[in-house]
Design a protein. Structure first.
Length: 340
């Protein structure tokens, strides 16, 4: 008898394949919600500033917008812990220590005095400077090209600024022989700024009188001394004290009828005569790119410190009128912004 070849039932194999496919699809579908529920890494950014929330809100918003443009959303993948010393530098060390204790992923500083406190508080958490006049001289970085530590960011180092400020004062002040300089010696970078101002004064054959402003009461004394010494104009250096009390500064300038040039546009917006210097809004926007690079794995030691790329000149004609000063048309034509 011939033995026939056995055949496996086709229906069973087909049914097995369908079952396997269905099982695989079901398992895959079950995995999707699990993957979707994986928590997004939320980075913690500590922001350290000697001023107050009202000192420079526009710059802070530019920094936040820079982060948003790079895909960071507060409360979703980043949290920013805003800390302010309210114009009292002695509070900064404790605030910086608290940010370190809270294990921030990055600390962003709003100026040299804040950077110094952050540096003293940690040698491991990355620190991004939004602005510092002399990062190398202040001991924050080994060099601009190779920071070498846990600090990097933006510098306001631009020696030509002092010369430009002197030039502008000379063009608007008929008699230009004596200039009072207001600054704060305890502010990191003041020594460098004063050195550059002295060089510029030498070129214009101008006599300088430096007046130290260590706290708010020194502001009144400074303008009183400048008036008694018959200063023809006043030049204000970057100072946390002067910036925090800028309304008082511009009011005293009007009361003393003294032409004053400031380092920040916020002084002019508050009623000051004119400002020339680094475009700080640009620096704060660029600081966001440093935060992004570091959060993506870059080391501060390998990120070169960038110098200013944009500068701005602003004039307030209302302030000029208050002190009886006429701004030449040629000077107005060079301004980036004129407040009328």
């Amino acid at each position: 008898m011939k033995t026939g070849r056995r055949h496996k039932p086709q229906g069973n194999r087909k049914g097995t394949n369908i079952f396997a496919f269905a099982l695989t699809a079901m398992l895959f579908a079950l995995c999707l919600p699990a993957e979707a529920q994986q928590p997004t890494k939320v980075f913690r950014i500590g922001f350290l500033n000697v001023g107050s929330p009202t000192t420079s809100p526009a710059r802070q918003e530019i920094f936040r917008q820079g982060l948003r443009d790079l895909g960071y959303v507060e409360g979703k993948n980043i949290v920013i812990d805003w800390r302010y010393a309210e114009g009292k530098p002695d509070r900064l060390p404790a605030i910086a220590a608290d940010l370190v204790r809270l294990k921030m992923d990055i600390i962003v500083t709003g100026g040299g005095i804040s950077t110094r406190s952050a540096k003293d508080a940690t040698a491991t958490i990355p620190i991004v400077m939004t602005q510092d006049i002399d990062p190398v001289g202040n001991g924050f970085v080994a060099s601009l090209a190779r920071p070498g530590g846990n600090i990097t960011g933006l510098s306001t180092l631009a020696p030509e600024i002092s010369g430009k400020q002197m030039e502008l004062l000379k063009e608007i002040v008929p008699k230009f022989a004596r200039v009072a300089v207001l600054g704060t010696t305890t502010n990191p970078g003041t020594a460098q700024a004063l050195k550059e101002t002295e060089l510029a004064a030498g070129a214009f054959k101008v006599q300088l009188q430096y007046l130290d402003v260590l706290d708010s009461k020194d502001i009144d004394n400074g303008f009183r001394t400048a008036s008694k010494a018959r200063a023809d104009a006043v030049l204000v250096l970057i100072s946390s004290v002067l910036n925090t009390h800028r309304t008082r500064v511009v009011n005293l300038a009007v009361k003393s009828r003294l032409p004053v040039i400031y380092p920040f546009p916020e002084f002019v917006e508050a009623g000051g005569l004119m400002s020339y210097g680094v475009n700080f809004a640009d620096l704060w926007g660029r600081a966001a790119t440093y935060v992004d690079k570091i959060l993506k794995g870059a080391k501060p030691a390998n990120l070169p410190v960038e110098q200013p790329k944009k500068f701005e000149f602003i004039i307030n004609l209302k302030a000029a009128k208050q002190i009886g000063l006429t701004i030449p048309q040629r000077v107005l034509g060079r301004a980036d912004k004129v407040i009328r």
